[in-house]
Structures are given as structure tokens and as C-alpha cells.
Design a protein around this ligand. Structure first.
Ligand SMILES: [Zn+2]
Length: 327
């Protein structure tokens, strides 16, 4: 394993207290930490996933990192009470199994039981975007809203529908596949095989591809946003296409879920007002009788998934309240 990036936010008055060991496993990196029951990370670390080594090696790294964090907690006078792990893909949360992941290569990995056997702590396995969603809903930009849709727009697009601090999982562990709402039947083919999914039109990757196609020169989504703001016609067009598609998707989501707040996170949200202002206007044009949600930028950055993994573990094993109202 390569040298981890290590950062301690605050030990302070948490010494002697309970903490949850939390890991958010992504395709390229793992964001990990020790999180207090009030949602404050007292210690964070990052490690490379190195998914190309194969799922078995990734599982070994996850368990090594978790064991290392457990040791650090005890060495610091803290008491690790549970372990929370969030992973991408299809997750069977009830059985604690990482069913399938394109990025990490998981195929029916019983990650929760492996973690319990290795660490001797109660463990919870969750989905990365749903974990991020509950963290934003309870601790971040959706705080106090009750009904929240968290939308993560990066290489792909996914969402979590969170009601009173709990995310809807779905009957098969696959709720929230917002990126695969059909928005442009004649549009570009999606990674899932169907043409016209929202993700194929409006993800950060799709924005870059579309710009390359029309302008003949490369541009990341962030560069396209910048060039659009500067008035470059091709960038304006590409950005507008993405915004319109996202607004179509959000209008569908609002018709289904009637949320109070939509929290937009992920790489594309780094564009800030350049994304949210036109998106808010485009969504306003689309809502008729249903109520327009508040549209805000995510507040927790890329630590949302790690904090959410901790919240899932606390909900299952920590005996703490599950809603902000009860805190
Ligand atoms: Zn799709």
C-alpha cells in the first residue's frame, strides 16, 4: 500500500469518547475517518484504492485500513464502537454484501461479515451516494429539510432520496439511479447500453465529450463552465444542453418525490452558481402544479460519503437518534 494522506481535524475534548470507524471506498480513493456520534470527524485519512489490483486486494486494503483506524482510536484514548463502510455500485445493505461494482470490481463480496470477523466490531455496509445523501440531509446543506434529494453529478450521475434522515434503498438495493432517467431518446448512448440517459447528456464526462465533439478541442466540464460564462458560443450551447437535461431529470424527480430541498454535489457542482442559477431557472420553467424545491450546493464536499458511512453504523449500532429533529 502506498503512503496514506493523513489528517487529524481535531482530537480536543473527544478523548475518551466513542467513535465510529468510517470508510468511503471509491474507484480511485478511500476517504476514511473516526467520527463521533454527533457527526464530527475527529481524524481523517485517505488511501488509494488501486482497483486494478482486483477486488480481493481492495478488500484486504479496506480491512487493513479499518484495523489501522481502530488501533489509532484506541491509542488516542477513544473507544471504537462500530464500523461503517460505503461502497459504490449495487449494495445489499440488509445482507451487508457488495453485490456489483463497475469501478471496484466487487462481485457478491460479503464485506460486512469479513469486517466483523477481522475487527470484532459491529459493522454496517452502505451505498456511497446514499451515505453521502444522508450526511448532507442530516449534517449538511439539507439539514432541517425532512425531504431531501441529494444528486451527485460527476463522472456519472446518481441520487439519494432521503426522508427524515433515512435514504430509500429500493426493493433491490438500486434506488436513486437518477442518471438513468431517459431524457433524450435520440441522445448519446449511456454506459448502461441505452441511448439518452441523463448521465449520457449531463454528467461531467458527458459535458467534456460533447464539447470535444462540437468544438474539436478538449475541455473539462469545469473549463466548459468557465468558457460558457465568458460567452464562448460552443461552450454556452454545451452547458445549456446539460442544464436543460438536468432540469428535465429534476422535474421528473420532483413529480415523484416532492422534496423540500435538492442538494447538488459531485464534481459538476464545483461550478457553483454557474450551474445552480440556470438550473434553478430551468427547473422553475418545468414545474406546473407541484412545488419548486430549494436548490442548493452540497456543503460537506467529498467527505459526505465517509460521514454518511458513520451515520449508517451509528443508526444500526450506536443507539443514537436517526433524525436531526431528535438530536
Ligand atoms: Zn443509462
Amino acid at each position: 500500500m502506498s503512503e496514506p494522506h493523513d489528517r487529524t481535524i481535531q482530537y480536543g475534548n473527544a478523548t475518551g469518547g466513542d467513535v465510529v470507524v468510517a470508510l468511503d471506498v471509491g474507484g480511485t480513493g478511500m476517504k476514511c475517518g473516526l467520527v463521533r456520534p454527533d457527526g464530527v470527524a475527529v481524524h481523517t485519512e485517505r488511501h488509494p484504492t488501486e482497483a486494478a489490483r482486483g477486488p480481493a486486494a481492495v478488500v484486504d486494503t479496506i480491512l487493513d485500513v479499518a484495523a489501522g483506524l481502530t488501533g489509532k482510536a484506541r491509542a488516542g484514548g477513544l473507544t471504537p464502537v462500530a464500523l461503517g463502510i460505503a461502497v459504490p455500485g449495487v449494495v445489499d445493505e440488509a445482507r451487508g454484501v457488495a453485490v456489483w461494482s463497475a469501478n471496484v470490481g466487487f462481485r457478491d463480496v460479503p464485506l460486512r461479515d469479513l469486517a466483523v470477523a477481522r475487527l470484532g466490531l459491529p459493522a454496517t455496509l452502505g451505498h456511497d451516494v446514499r451515505a453521502g445523501g444522508i450526511a448532507e440531509a442530516r449534517l449538511g446543506a439539507g439539514r432541517g429539510a425532512g425531504h431531501v434529494l441529494f444528486v451527485a453529478i460527476g463522472t456519472g450521475i446518481a441520487a439519494a432520496h432521503v426522508v427524515d434522515g433515512a435514504a430509500n434503498i429500493g426493493a433491490h438495493g438500486a434506488a436513486g439511479e437518477f442518471g438513468h432517467i431517459l431524457v433524450r431518446p435520440d441522445g448519446p448512448r449511456c454506459g448502461c447500453g441505452r441511448p439518452g440517459c441523463l448521465e449520457a447528456v449531463a454528467s461531467a464526462a458527458a459535458v467534456g465529450r460533447r464539447y470535444q465533439e462540437l468544438a474539436g478541442t478538449p475541455g473539462t466540464a469545469a473549463e466548459v463552465a468557465e468558457r460558457a460564462a465568458a460567452g464562448e458560443p460552443v461552450a454556452v450551447r454545451v452547458w445549456q444542453e446539460a442544464v436543460e437535461a438536468l432540469a428535465d431529470g429534476l422535474a421528473t424527480a420532483q413529480a415523484l418525490f416532492d422534496v423540500a430541498t435538492v442538494v447538488v454535489g459531485g464534481g459538476l457542482a464545483q461550478a457553483g452558481a454557474r450551474l445552480l442559477d440556470p438550473l434553478r431557472a430551468a427547473l422553475r420553467e418545468r414545474v406546473t402544479f407541484h412545488r419548486e424545491p430549494r436548490l442548493v450546493a452540497a456543503a460537506l464536499g467529498d467527505e459526505a460519503g465517509c460521514l454518511g458511512a458513520a451515520l449508517l453504523a451509528l443508526d444500526a449500532h450506536g443507539g443514537v437518534p436517526t433524525t436531526m429533529e431528535a438530536r
